[in-house]
Design a protein. Structure first.
Length: 460
């Protein structure tokens, strides 16, 4: 990324070549954007719900018509696999469609009271700021943007410094689809300048932030001065718990991509593989060829299973966690230009080591043995995070007990799936505040107003 305060330089992570240079928004630019957004939001909220829904569906249709273009942009700026990038663009389309379906069902309640009628009304907040990360630029931007727009708000989206291109294209498509000028604006820029201006602006009613726990705490602290509403989706160090009675072949086959998807740059990555002692050695025998066979290379090639890391900074961070002489399983990665790191599974690791408890955000996992269910739960919970996790077992009772005992917001049994736009997503502990997605997503962008209407006649 360029150090120039007025621009962002976007690099291709696979080649280190410059893809684009984008102007960086200043604090004054944020001020002007808030004024435009507030004006557009008033008119947007006044539209009939059906008209608002119709425009969001047009936006979804426009995204669908440009899906391949958006996917190719994601490959260039984020180094994502082309297949994953196509899914991500499709996910934006699906999120807009899903949110549009909620516009006409964003209902309040009628509450029984004495002497009259009491109803609640869900009203939009106004202007919402969405600060999106670089690891999944399109989908996570849409997690906040789609329901916020559907609920009648305007949105100011600040993409990550390294990945502004798809966000800018989405904003252009929104205009082409007929959304009002100023309603959905993208503000590329540096976090300390553009991000801080959004968080501290009195005209921004809510901030949706996805990123590291450390920065999330700063967002919360800055927003608290204005009692600003904040949703935070932060870090993770998710466990993959494999019991002796599990289908070991299936568990071992699924384990690599549970932490290698998006080159491990996923807060839901199952980077702590907890294996019951009785099957520990057998599981490693099955895991080794699965990890070693992962194809790392050109993200634009459909046969590639893992691409590069996002930047040299991230590459050096990942390297700092891995002793080259440590025991484990290692795959292969390209040499030469690009931010490459091989798939890595470390064994014989102290459960309290940095690599075992901190979020690496790269293609690195550790295998930790456990004796029984109680120790598995203790190990799973022995981290400050609580975002996601998996339990592999054939025992339904055990699966339910462990799901109740593990302190995490999103758990899967015999699966590594964490995120669906139909279901709520968010974390416990240091993994965040609030929930995104699911049937209640629109309500998170509203204020509840209570109205009492007296039915008693005038006093005689």
């Amino acid at each position: 990324m360029s150090e120039h305060p007025h621009e962002l330089t976007v690099l291709n992570p696979a080649t280190e070549e410059v893809v684009a240079t984008v102007p960086a928004a200043s604090a004054a630019d944020v001020d002007a954007a808030v004024v435009r957004a507030a004006r557009a939001q008033t008119a947007w909220a006044a539209l009939a719900p059906g008209d608002r829904a119709r425009l969001l569906r047009r936006f979804a249709t426009a995204v669908d018509a440009h899906l391949e273009e958006l996917a190719r942009l994601e490959v260039l700026e984020a180094g994502h696999l082309i297949g994953n990038a196509r899914w991500e663009a499709g996910n934006v389309r699906d999120l807009l469609d899903y949110a549009a379906g909620g516009v006409e069902r964003l209902t309040g309640r009628q509450i029984p009271v004495a002497g009259g009628l009491d109803v609640t009304i869900l009203e939009p907040l106004g202007v919402v700021g969405v600060i999106a990360p670089w690891n999944f630029p399109m989908p996570i931007a849409a997690w906040g943007t789609a329901p916020a727009l559907a609920a009648g708000n305007a949105v100011l989206l600040k993409p990550a410094e390294t990945t502004p291109l798809t966000a800018l294209r989405l904003a252009a498509l929104a205009l082409e689809a007929g959304l009002p000028e100023g309603l959905f604006q993208v503000l590329p820029g540096h976090g300390p300048v553009t991000g801080t201006a959004l968080v501290e602006h009195p005209g921004v009613a809510k901030i949706v932030f996805t990123g590291s726990t450390a920065v999330g705490k700063q967002v919360l602290a800055k927003g608290s001065a204005l009692l600003k509403r904040v949703t935070l989706e932060l870090g993770g160090k998710s466990p993959n718990i494999v019991f002796a009675d599990a289908d070991l072949e299936a568990a071992a086959a699924a384990a690599p991509m549970a932490f290698l998807d998006n080159s491990g740059q996923d807060c839901c990555a199952r980077t702590r593989i907890l294996v019951q002692h009785d099957v520990h050695d057998r599981f490693l025998e099955l895991l080794a060829p699965a990890v070693e066979s992962v194809v790392v290379g050109d993200p634009a090639d459909d046969s590639t299973a893992m691409g590069p890391l996002i930047s040299r900074t991230q590459l050096e961070r990942v390297r700092s966690y891995v002793d080259p002489d440590a025991d484990g399983i290692r795959g292969k990665a390209p040499e030469g230009p690009g931010f490459w790191f091989p798939p890595t599974v470390l064994t014989g690791v102290d459960p309290h080591a940095r690599v075992a408890v901190e979020e690496v955000f790269g293609p690195v996992a550790v295998v930790l043995p456990f004796e029984d269910e109680a120790e598995a739960v203790a190990l799973a919970n022995a981290t400050e995070y609580g975002l996601s996790g998996s339990i592999w077992t054939r025992d339904v009772g055990r699966a339910l007990r462990v799901c109740q005992a593990v302190r995490a917001g999103n758990l899967s049994v015999n699966s590594h799936s964490s995120v669906r736009y139909w279901t709520p997503f968010g974390g416990f502990k240091q993994s965040g505040i609030g929930r995104e997605l699911g049937p209640d997503a629109l309500a998170a962008f509203t204020e509840t107003k209570n109205v009492f209407i007296s039915t008693e006649g005038p006093a005689q």
